[in-house]
Design a protein around this ligand. Structure first.
Ligand SMILES: [Zn+2]
Ligand SMILES: [Zn+2]
Length: 396
């Protein structure tokens, strides 16, 4: 169905390369791109609204592959668990708008109590924001990372944003509960985070993780795992999970394994840059290594690195500043590769072939950015986002 057409002419980043004299056309009604490439190489629709952009770059909408709708004010587990769902949902509506207006047209919510509802509301046109791929609740072992242990177990589980599961069959059941909730991805905690002595432990066995990956794949969704520490990374790789979140303690050996299995690496540098821990602690050492040496290992081994902030919407990790991850990745990969991490590579990581690239037949998730973010990633910051089109509709 052909409806109102829009043509944008200017410098174009199609998700993979720069086309200096580019042009892109899309149909507003279907929300699909009808052509993109070198000027003169595509047929521009007649009677189209033509936008000429100068000094700007046309890019795919940005994607954050790891965030949460926690609607919280602080980075505090108790608050994440006890904030009423209605409050979380109300705050998330604002977060959704801040994400979209800063150029994010798709996000993956890796565990929350409202994500699937936010997702449905956006697709129904009831709220404005990016497309949300929600994991529904995350999966964790009893006594795991996000188990608010002060409470009796039944209360902690009731309030948690995770389903607790122990044994392969409970893990399969938890995946099925997520699918029942409307999940489009599965997130599992394959380790804790840092405890007081700065050590971490793998969580869930390989058998349990394998059951989760298999059950997710049977439902045609990707599985991803929070993993701190070399053993947890090895377990995730062995289990057949599709991506690794955080991935602290990456080594050359594990990088080779990750590469050979085609697993995506999501280092979530942003969340470690919010709070610089006290110097001289183990925590500060492992974070410094993650932000430095481990990123060099990831780059050398050509890992498929996707941009994910792990922002939760709190004051210190506000939705709307999610370009921070591309900025931090650019320090290691350069601006062009960082931009791919937040567009085409992110779309591949999520299994969303319809977005992340500006090509014929793909969804019209398009930005017009003042400057050249492929040369200076700071141009991807919110102040540079001139226009945002999502599903062919203009929001900015
Ligand atoms: Zn995590
Ligand atoms: Zn997270």
């Amino acid at each position: 169905m052909a409806g109102e057409a829009v043509v944008i002419r200017g410098r174009l980043f199609d998700g993979e390369e720069i086309i200096e004299k580019g042009v892109l056309a899309f149909d507003v009604e279907s929300g699909l791109i009808t052509g993109a490439g070198e000027r003169g190489s595509i047929e521009e629709p007649r009677n189209a609204r033509v936008v000429e952009v100068e000094g700007s770059t046309i890019t795919p909408g940005f994607i954050d592959v790891h965030m949460h709708f926690f609607g919280s004010k602080t980075l505090d587990l108790a608050e994440w668990n006890v904030t009423p769902d209605a409050t979380v949902a109300i705050r998330s509506v604002t977060d959704m708008w801040n994400l979209l207006s800063s150029g994010f047209t798709a996000v993956r919510d890796l565990g929350s109590k409202v994500g699937t509802h936010i997702s449905k509301a956006e697709r129904a046109g009831e709220i404005k924001g990016p497309r949300v791929i929600s994991a529904a609740k995350s999966l964790a072992q009893t006594g795991g990372n996000d188990d608010y242990k002060i409470l009796p177990i039944h209360m902690a589980h009731e309030l948690s944003y995770s389903y607790y599961c122990d044994s392969p069959w409970e893990c399969r059941k938890a995946v099925r509960l997520c699918m029942r909730d409307g999940a489009e991805a599965i997130k599992v905690y394959a380790s804790g985070t840092m405890s007081h002595d700065g050590q971490w432990k793998p969580h869930l066995t390989v058998e349990e993780l394998t059951a989760i990956a298999d059950e997710a794949h049977r439902s045609h969704v990707k599985a991803t795992a929070h993993a701190y520490g070399e053993q947890a990374i090895r377990n995730v790789v062995e289990a057949g999970i599709d991506s690794i979140e955080h991935g602290l303690e990456l080594t050359g050996e594990t990088a080779k394994l990750i590469r050979s299995k085609g697993i995506y690496y999501v280092p979530t540098l942003s969340v470690y840059s919010i709070h610089k821990p006290a110097e001289g602690t183990r925590r500060s050492e492992v974070i410094a290594r993650h932000l430095g040496e481990e990123m060099e290992i990831a780059r050398e081994h050509k890992l498929k690195i996707a941009a994910g902030t792990d922002f939760v919407g709190a004051g210190e990790s506000p939705h709307g500043m999610n370009y921070t991850e591309m900025k931090l990745l650019a320090e290691h990969l350069g601006s062009l590769e960082a931009l791919k991490s937040g567009t085409s590579v992110a779309a591949d990581c999520l299994g969303l072939p319809e977005t992340g690239r500006l090509r014929k037949g793909k969804v019209a998730d398009i930005l017009v950015i003042k400057g050249k973010p492929d040369r200076n990633i700071e141009d991807a910051s919110p102040g540079h986002i001139a226009h945002v089109f999502h599903d062919g509709k203009q929001f900015r």
